[in-house]
Design a protein around this ligand. Structure first.
Ligand SMILES: Cc1cc2nc3c(=O)[nH]c(=O)nc-3n(C[C@H](O)[C@H](O)[C@H](O)COP(=O)(O)OP(=O)(O)OC[C@H]3O[C@@H](n4cnc5c(N)ncnc54)[C@H](O)[C@@H]3O)c2cc1C
Length: 498
């Protein structure tokens, strides 16, 4: 499959890097991936602690067909590594008023049971789900799958419908304002507001257009891979290797080499590696700050604010947690205060929303029999020099108090193994500035437009994939960015027929 003509050096083996490697190798390019860590995956990684295994980063999977598409021509043994299962329950919600709601994945069941629990009119919920569906159909071709940084693509006939219907996107209303207008009950507003956190933003700031995220889970389905989230990395990595992609691990890329207005390759581990094309899956701030110090980032991307980060407690528990589901949320009583704390005060809220993800509910070998592996995450500000030791300890106390009250038992007594990741470790592990989970936040109506393009306007041969560039963070969007990179490279260099 490999050619020996056009060489591409890829910086980073996160999902954007792996997907770009697969796509370019399939087009006949010679591809090398440089990764500072000892293995692939970036944020989509796996850690074992004693008898427990944990997915370290993402836990919620939507649009699994995007991974399947990439693997469509892979050998059967590689394709079978990734087997997404459609969940019956999206998430078990614990609201601050004491109500508990195990949200069914089937939209009609969801509408009926949530209406029963909250007293919200079922017609309103149905109308909302239809509306976010319509919003997705309208926006996805441009804002997720489209390359709107190229004017000729933005103004192609298929997109005119979106441009004429821009008013329907409600870009100047916040997600929360729109949700509050849509519903009369606080709990349902909070449930839909939560989707702002799927790209590290605040529902009080992010434009109502982003309510489209709810469509993915509620109309298209929530999924989980049979072998855990890391099976996505595993399958893509093995397929890339099968296609002849070369991986160079434990090797930091310190420079992108340029000559005039073209890239010439990279310097990695002190050695020069020439190439016509460089694809960066590295955080875009890191690229301009460290790898390309003589070139200024575009003004729009310089103005962007970072997304939220997280503190994650990985707990091996001596109980099977039969009262909990795969995904569980314990909501803050004052959601607005929590987001204010994260984005304005850059502090941890004392009554945080707590997310508990237990992969051993599906992947039985992730914990010994009768036990379970808890990934307990709270949203946090990105690192800007806070005292993380103090914040981690204070937050743990608050989490234990909250879980103890809601679950009715002493959670602390169940912890057998523990390790913790806070924003500085997230940055150290993946070089994401400030430990931001999703690159930039979407806390303004112009955020989507200011996100860095998938190509460089200043340097021929330089392309960008991954969560810090268009269309944004999260697994489906990173994979979409790799597809745009492929089409940009093919436009410029064509298929390599060697
Ligand atoms: C805790 C957490 C929870 C999340 N939850 C979800 C979720 O539920 N659902 C979802 O869809 N998304 C979620 N996300 C977001 C999702 O994980 C990311 O958007 C996505 O994985 C980012 O992929 P990427 O291609 O940007 O690469 P990254 O994962 O950021 O990896 C980049 C890689 O490049 C390497 N690298 C960077 N610079 C260099 C260099 N100079 N030299 C060598 N190597 C370099 C890094 O070491 C790293 O391995 C979550 C993220 C985190 C951290």
């Amino acid at each position: 499959m490999t050619s020996n003509n056009i060489t591409t050096n890829i910086i980073g083996s996160g999902l954007g890097g792996l997907a770009s490697a697969i796509r370019l190798a399939k087009q006949g390019y010679r591809v090398r991936v440089f990764e500072k860590n000892g293995g692939p995956g970036g944020k989509v990684n796996s850690i074992s602690e004693g008898p427990y295994r944990f997915d370290t980063g993402p836990s919620l999977l939507t649009l699994p067909e995007m991974v399947k598409d990439l693997l469509a021509e892979a050998p059967g043994d590689i394709r079978r590594l990734f087997n997404p299962l459609r969940l019956d329950s999206i998430c078990k919600y614990y609201f601050a008023d004491g109500k508990i709601f195990n949200a069914p994945s089937d939209p009609d069941d969801f509408i009926e049971s949530f209406s029963k629990l909250t007293g919200e009119d079922s017609g309103r919920i149905k109308k909302y789900l239809d509306r976010v569906h319509e919003l997705y159909e309208l926006t996805a071709p441009v804002f997720i799958f489209g390359n709107f940084h190229r004017r000729q693509e933005l103004f192609q006939p298929g997109n005119l419908k979106v441009l004429f219907n821009l008013y329907k996107l409600n870009p100047f209303s916040s997600m929360h304002a729109y949700n509050r207008r849509s519903f009369s009950k606080k709990n349902i507003v909070q449930l839909f507001d939560r989707y702002a956190t799927y790209n590290g933003s605040s529902p009080y700031k992010a434009p109502a257009t982003l309510n489209v995220i709810a469509h993915l889970e509620h109309n298209m389905g929530a999924w989980f891979p049979e072998n855990g989230m890391f099976s996505i990395t595993d399958a893509l990595y093995r397929y890339a290797r099968h296609l002849g992609v070369e991986f160079i691990f434990d090797t930091y890329v310190s420079r992108i080499m340029t000559e005039g207005r073209e890239v010439k390759g990279i310097i990695a581990g002190g050695k020069e590696y020439n190439s016509d094309i460089v694809v960066s899956d590295s955080d875009v701030f890191h690229v301009y700050g460290k790898l390309l110090p003589c070139i200024k980032a575009p003004a729009g991307s310089r103005k962007q604010n970072l997304s939220s980060s997280a503190i994650i407690y990985y707990w091996g528990m001596n109980s099977d947690a039969s009262d909990l589901e795969l995904h569980n949320i314990f909501f803050a009583s004052d959601y607005k205060k929590e987001f204010n704390c994260i984005f304005k005060e850059k502090d941890m809220h004392d009554d945080p929303t707590v997310y508990v993800f237990i992969s051993s509910k599906i992947v039985k070998q992730d914990a010994p029999e009768g036990k379970s592996n808890w990934f307990v995450m709270v949203n946090a500000p990105h690192d800007s020099g806070q005292d993380w030791n103090e914040l981690v300890m204070r937050t743990k106390k608050n989490i234990l108090l909250k879980l103890g009250k809601r679950l009715g038992y002493e959670v602390n007594d169940m912890i057998e193994q523990e390790f913790i990741i806070a924003p500085p470790e997230l940055e150290k592990n993946t070089l994401s500035t400030g430990g931001a989970l999703y690159g930039n936040s979407s806390n303004s109506p112009t955020a989507a437009f200011n996100r860095h393009a998938n190509f460089s306007r200043k340097l021929k041969g330089l392309y960008f994939t991954g969560g810090s560039v268009h269309p944004g963070g999260g697994i489906p969007l990173c994979l979409a960015s790799a597809k745009i990179v492929e089409s940009e490279i093919l436009r410029e260099y064509g298929k390599d027929e060697h």
